[in-house]
Design a protein around this ligand. Structure first.
Ligand code: COA
Length: 176
């Protein structure tokens, strides 16, 4: 069982009863505006996503953690690792990512979770480089990447939607 405790958060694998809370987050247009095609996702799509994330955990030994607020036990979103299949030009690569419900923004939770995930990636899983692919204009997400010490590697476009993307990266040597 892979779990990480931070001062305010529990990062853990997904449970069946996470679906409703994660679906609510994915249904929020503001949360989803810079993700994929920019459209919110419904319950069924969220269920498929969680299934896919759990498969990635089983296949890769890493994945997206469900992020739970200690104390209340609420699911506030995810932070974790994935293989960015949607952008073949960067492969092989492992991406660090984050998505929280709107009511949990502006409290440092994303950065707290992301720091724990980066340490997990580089120290526990032994990866030597982690990237983050962020759509141009998603300043809140870039802020998290920069606080992790990630730097702009290159700019590109999404192969399907054509949206401008910025690829940030950090190497184990820079992290250490
Ligand atoms: C990207 C996202 C996770 C960032 O969330 P966030 O709440 O802005 O990020 P953080 O948790 O790091 O919070 C940062 C802000 O919280 C505030 N804050 C309050 N208490 C804090 C604390 N104890 N520690 C740190 N920051 C704190 C600060 O104002 C800080 O801003 P600053 O770094 O400019 O000083 C969020 O905007 C989101 O879910 N977006 C939609 C999904 C998305 O786009 N994901 C990324 C796709 S690439």
């Amino acid at each position: 069982m892979t779990e990480i405790l931070t001062p305010r958060l529990l990062l853990r694998r997904w449970q069946d009863d996470d679906l409703a809370a994660m679906a609510e987050i994915n249904a929020d247009p503001l949360v989803m505006q810079f993700i994929g095609d920019g459209n919110p996702r419904d319950l069924e799509q969220t269920a498929e996503s969680i299934e896919h994330w759990e498969e990635e955990w089983d296949e890769e030994g890493f994945g997206l953690f469900a992020v739970e607020l200690l104390g209340s036990g609420e699911l506030i979103g995810f932070a974790g690792l994935s293989v960015p299949e949607f952008l073949p030009e960067v492969l092989p690569a492992v991406e660090i990512g984050w998505r929280l419900g709107r009511q949990f923004w502006g409290q440092g939770y994303a950065s707290e979770a992301a720091h724990a995930v980066l340490e997990f990636a580089l120290e526990d899983r032994g990866l030597d480089r982690v990237i983050s692919i962020i759509r141009l204009g998603n300043d809140a997400s870039e802020n998290v990447a920069h606080k992790l010490g990630m730097e702009l590697d290159h700019e590109t476009t999404h192969p399907v939607s054509g949206f401008p993307l910025r690829v940030h990266a950090i190497d184990l040597t820079e992290y250490a």
